[in-house]
Design a protein around this ligand. Structure first.
Ligand SMILES: NC(=O)c1ccc[n+]([C@@H]2O[C@H](COP(=O)([O-])OP(=O)(O)OC[C@H]3O[C@@H](n4cnc5c(N)ncnc54)[C@H](OP(=O)(O)O)[C@@H]3O)[C@@H](O)[C@H]2O)c1
Length: 279
């Protein structure tokens, strides 16, 4: 299958490039420097020229506070960008896979979220991603929308920030009131590959199994790496940020389980494997 990938230099983009390497699939990997997804004519030209069977959109504005401060740019990249790709894909009969986020939910209660639950974003990033989902569904009949959470792979992420900070300080304050599911970019790449090999279009939650608070995740990182830095539990009021974060969003992989397409391992198992490879 010929695959056009956007955002190939990001965490998930890199993991997908590695996963697809050595498979029979043919990959056209792009990023902002050669395909700006907000540029509709450029997207059209590229898609017509490359003629992929599927487009995987990993490009996004993922800085949640930057999205809050520049709503227009957030919607340009996270909503119009996916729309441009979905339209171009539809025109040539290609499928479109859009990556989305747990932040489309506000996390106001403890219930696990299924794919059919109504969205309720509490910040501009979540709103722009939710609208991106809608535009993709409306513009391409062969669409996959894959919502994930708390990604870590190669690049900037919470795991790397904790490792760096713990090596520089004796004590770290970490929040206990943000709960979610740390998800390996490597495992997510596997799920995406399984999905695009089907025609089972629709919305999927795709996270490692289980959930934890940021504090519990940090504790596991330090224990696993044998780092003795003390962790201090705090709540989110200790870190005022431009954008509000959802408190507790637990995505349930309901559609993946129902269809039997892919079963994720636990977040602890995936994180342990990742940490083993970190210096
Ligand atoms: N990271 C998380 O914890 C998380 C959680 C849930 C969902 N997600 C979703 O998962 C997907 C992948 O996230 P990630 O962590 O891999 O993101 P990432 O590391 O921030 O990578 C995003 C990539 O998109 C590129 N990009 C930005 N604007 C672009 C544009 N206009 N045209 C083309 N490329 C553009 C960026 O390039 P520059 O770096 O040059 O700007 C970067 O290479 C996103 O859809 C995100 O919303 C992420």
């Amino acid at each position: 299958m010929k695959i056009l990938l956007t955002g190939c230099r990001g965490q998930l983009g890199l993991a997908l490039c590695q996963r697809l390497d050595g498979t029979p699939h043919s990959l056209v990997a792009t990023d902002l420097h050669n395909l700006d997804i907000t540029n509709s004519p450029q997207v059209d030209d590229c898609v017509r020229h490359e003629a992929p069977q599927v487009i995987i959109n990993c490009a996004a504005l993922t800085d949640v506070d930057a999205c809050e401060q520049d709503e227009q740019q957030a919607f340009r990249v996270n909503a119009l960008g996916p729309r441009n790709l979905a339209v171009a894909a539809q025109r040539i009969g290609a499928a479109m896979l859009q990556i989305s986020t747990d932040y489309v939910f506000s996390g106001a209660d403890d219930l696990p979220r299924r794919e059919y639950d109504p969205v309720s974003p509490c910040n501009k990033y979540g709103q722009s991603k939710a609208w991106g989902e809608e535009l993709v569904r409306g513009c391409n009949s062969r669409n996959f929308v894959v919502r994930t959470a708390w990604l870590y792979g190669e690049g900037k992420n919470f795991v790397q920030s904790i490792l760096k900070a713990a090596r520089e300080r004796d004590e770290l304050a970490v929040v206990t009131d943000q709960v979610g599911t740390p998800t390996s970019a490597r495992d997510l790449s596997e799920a995406i590959l399984r999905l695009i090999e089907t025609r089972e279009y629709g919305t999927y939650h795709a996270v490692n199994e289980g959930h934890c608070s940021r504090f519990e995740q940090a504790a596991m990182i330090l224990t696993q790496k044998g780092i003795r830095t003390k962790l201090k539990p705090v709540d989110s009021t200790a870190f005022p940020r431009p954008a509000q974060r959802p408190a507790k969003v637990i995505l349930e992989n309901f559609m993946l389980d129902l269809s039997g397409i892919y079963r994720f391992r636990s977040w602890q198992e995936a994180l342990a494997e990742y940490l083993n490879k970190q210096l």
